[in-house]
Design a protein around this ligand. Sequence first.
Ligand code: ATR
Length: 276
Amino acid sequence: MTEKKYGIIGKPLSHSLSPLLHNYWFKKYNIKASYSLIETEVEQIGEIINKIKKKELKGINVTTPYKQNVIPFLDLVINSAKETSSVNTIYLNNENKIVGENTDVYGFDCSFIKRLKDKDLLEKKILILGAGGVTPSVIYALVKKNIKKIFISNRTIEKAEDIKKKFPFIEIIVWENINNKSQDIDVIINTTSLGMKNGSDFKLVFKKFKPELVYYDIVYNPLETLTLKNFKDQKVKTFNGLEMFLYQGQKSFYLWNKIKPEIDDELKKIITTKLR
Ligand code: ATR
C-alpha cells in the first residue's frame, strides 16, 4: 500500500508542531502515512485543496491565516465549521466531496470547558481577547454550552464587530479600556497571537482583577507567555493552549483515520520537550 500523505497549510508554518503530533500517532497505530508542513501562498490554496480530489493528499489541516480562505474551495462545510465559518480540517468523503470541518471547537471544549465543568462557567463573565481565526471557535464552544456572558476586545475593533454579527449577544470592550473593565471579569481568554515565540507581548498589564480569575492562553509556544506567568505568580488559575492543540489534533486524526488516538504521556513529553 502506498503511503498516505497529510499536511498543514498556513503562513508562517515553521512553528507548527502538527507534524510531530500526527506522525507520532501514525507510528503508534501502524498507519503507513506521513504528515508535513505545506508552505502555501494564498493564491495556491485552491491548487493544494484540489490534491485531495486527485487523491494526492488524504487530509489537510488549516492554520492561521487561511481558516476562512479555504471555504470557497470546499464542496461541503459542516457542523462546527459551518457555525464558525472557520475550517481547520479537510478530507474527502465517500461521495467524493471535499469536506471542511472544524476541530478547534472540540479542542477548546475538551481542554477548558470540560475541565472546569460547564455549570461553573454558566454565570461567569468571560472576556475574550482577540478576533482572529480561532476566536469564533472559542465563542461557539462556549455558546454551545449556553455560556453567553461574553465580552470581546480586539486591537482592531472592526474585527470584533464582525464577530458580533455572528454572535450578536456578545459585548465589545474597547481595547484601550480593558484595564477599566478587568476587575469585573471571571475568565480571560487570550486568542491573540500576543506572547507567541518571536512575536510581540502584551503591552497592557492587567492591574485589577478578581482573586478567583481564571486565565486561558491559546498560545502554547512558549508554554508560558509572559502574561500567563504574571498571572500564575499572582496565584491566578491558568491554562495554556497545549491541551487544545492536542485535542484539535485528536479529532482531525479521527476524521481521517476513524481512530481516536490517545493523548498519552509519551506524546506530551515529546511535545513539551520540543517546546522547552
Ligand atoms: P488572523 O486575524 O489573520 O486570523 P490570527 O493570528 O488568527 O490572525 O489573529 C491574530 C490576533 O492577534 C488578532 O486578534 C490580532 O489583532 P488585530 O485584529 O488587531 O490584528 C491580534 N494581535 C496580533 N498582534 C497584536 C498586537 N501587537 N497587539 C494587539 N493585538 C494583536
